[in-house]
Design a protein around this ligand. Structure first.
Ligand SMILES: Nc1ncnc2c1ncn2[C@@H]1O[C@H](COP(=O)(O)OP(=O)(O)OP(=O)(O)O)[C@@H](O)[C@H]1O
Ligand SMILES: [Mg+2]
Length: 280
């Protein structure tokens, strides 16, 4: 089974999918992201690492139109992207969130179906009202959602309410919902946060499977073993700036990266694990 439908399948290996140049995001006096560049090619898995508060989520928010960057440009498949979430999703970029955002009182299947509505003509409201005219499209949406649940390993949880699902399953459900938009590129913000080692290994396998189906992936994680095993390239942000970008080997062996995580102890403020206001 493939995740990518023909319309979204990359045309040639190695073509640039995402090109972010000079992305800068200022909140008042705080420069949360400062002149960051990132290029992602077809079939690549790129890691984004950095200490708490480094600007990783803010950078994702700039890429996906949740924030309008103070300056810089985001091009997707060669076309400048307007900073509007719907336009970004339609262009072929999907994401998951650091703090899981599911419809808690809907089933797993319904959550994935919601992701699909950006690709159907009926729209969410009409489909919810079950107009007979749209029944066929609704069936196709349902079948595709079930297929995606199976792809992420949740085929048996289709009728479970999202709020009753174990945490690791909720993370996988978010990925299924993002895949339902038929993306070319998926951005994952801490997909293994709160997972046990076995779930983390499964998440790795799932991301490889997503890549093998023809998508590109950008993944934020604090789990370095996970990142360095998974990624083709890694970008490390520190205090909003790109410290280094390179292969896992290059980044792993750079003493500045280790220092950034451990800190010099001189000017490190205590940073909360889950940054308040870090997401909109
Ligand atoms: N909407 C906002 N308004 C003001 N400041 C913000 C906002 N969003 C993020 N920030 C600040 O920008 C900086 C970067 O935060 P961000 O959430 O992007 O970091 P992060 O690298 O994702 O960190 P973590 O690993 O903890 O998730 C932080 O200092 C944060 O407090
Ligand atoms: Mg974050």
């Amino acid at each position: 089974m493939t995740v990518v439908e023909d319309a979204a399948r990359p045309q040639a290996a190695g073509e640039t999918v995402l090109e972010a140049t000079g992305v800068t995001m200022r909140f008042g006096g705080l420069l949360a992201v400062n002149d960051v560049n990132l290029t992602v090619r077809e079939g690549e898995i790129v890691g984004l690492i950095g200490p708490n508060g480094a600007g990783k989520t803010t950078f994702f928010n700039c890429l996906t139109g949740l924030y309008k960057p103070t300056s810089g440009q985001v091009r997707f498949s060669g076309t400048p992207l307007p900073p509007k979430p719907r336009a970004v999703v339609r262009a072929g970029m999907a994401r998951t969130f650091q703090n899981i955002r599911l419809f808690a009182n809907m089933t797993a299947l319904e959550n994935v179906m919601v992701g699909r509505y950006c690709r159907t003509s009926a729209g969410a409201l009409t489909s919810v009202l079950h107009g007979p005219k749209f029944r066929r499209e609704e069936e196709a949406t349902r079948a595709r959602a079930q297929e995606l649940l199976e792809f992420v390993g949740l085929g048996r949880s289709a009728e479970h309410l999202a709020r009753n699902m174990p945490y690791g399953d909720q993370r996988r459900l978010e990925i299924a919902r993002a895949l339902a938009t038929d993306p070319k590129l998926i951005l994952l913000d801490e997909p293994t946060a709160g997972m046990n080692p076995q779930e983390t290994r499964q998440a790795s396998d799932l991301i490889f499977k997503i890549r093998d189906s023809g998508l590109s992936v950008v993944v934020i994680e604090h789990d370095m073993r996970f990142i360095f095993n998974l990624c083709d390239r890694v970008l490390c942000l520190v205090r909003g700036e790109a410290l280094i970008e390179g292969t896992p080997e290059e980044v792993q062996s750079d003493p500045r990266v280790i220092e950034a995580y451990i800190g010099t102890g001189e000017d490190d403020d205590e940073v909360e694990d889950d940054v308040p206001g870090g997401e909109v």
